[in-house]
Design a protein around this ligand. Structure first.
Ligand SMILES: [Zn+2]
Length: 177
């Protein structure tokens, strides 16, 4: 069972509460794979306004975070709607969470990314740069191989489906020089 939790800062935002409900429904109905944890019955998805974990982070198999900081401006820039943005972050972080689930020797801090590669997992230059990676909307081959080797194929397939869908339905191609 996965519970969506909202931080105190975000709970003041009525738009975010309805989005959190949609995200909970998405988690309950649309995943096509189980989000269970080896250690606990519940998995918590926190929606926070925290720049440190932006745009998303798998802290442990039981605790994943999506940050809403700068999310509005990223959506404005990329043409994604807010729920689409949250679902993209969710699909990305669920791959990393599965990697932590199946490989207890790996910690959240180990999931770093080389800086010079366009990839949705590259967050080396901070949250504002994430918009540029969304524009390209690609996973680098290094990440595909890495998460495949860690046993995250179902989650990767779900992510790739989202990426393909968004590539077709956003106008980011026209904005890319
Ligand atoms: Zn990558």
């Amino acid at each position: 069972m996965t519970d969506v939790c909202i931080s105190m800062k975000n709970i003041m935002r009525l738009d975010l509460i309805s989005l959190a409900v949609s995200l909970q429904n998405h988690l309950d109905k649309d995943m096509g794979f189980s989000i269970s944890s080896p250690h606990s019955k519940s998995v918590y998805l926190s929606l926070v306004e925290d720049e440190m974990h932006a745009p998303f982070r798998a802290l442990t198999p039981e605790h994943i975070v999506i940050s809403t900081t700068e999310a509005k401006s990223i959506c404005d820039y990329t043409g994604l709607d807010f729920l689409g943005y949250l679902k993209l972050c969710l699909a990305l972080v669920l791959v990393q969470r599965k990697a932590l689930c199946l490989n207890p020797q790996i910690k959240s801090e180990d999931l770093f990314h080389p800086p010079n590669e366009h990839c949705l997992y590259n967050r080396n230059l901070g949250i504002n740069n994430f918009a540029l990676h969304i524009e390209k909307m690609v996973l680098c081959n290094g990440c595909k191989d890495f998460y495949h080797c860690l046993g995250c194929d179902k989650e990767l397939a779900h992510l790739q489906k989202k990426i393909d869908h968004w590539k077709k339905n956003t106008d980011h191609e026209q904005r890319t020089p």
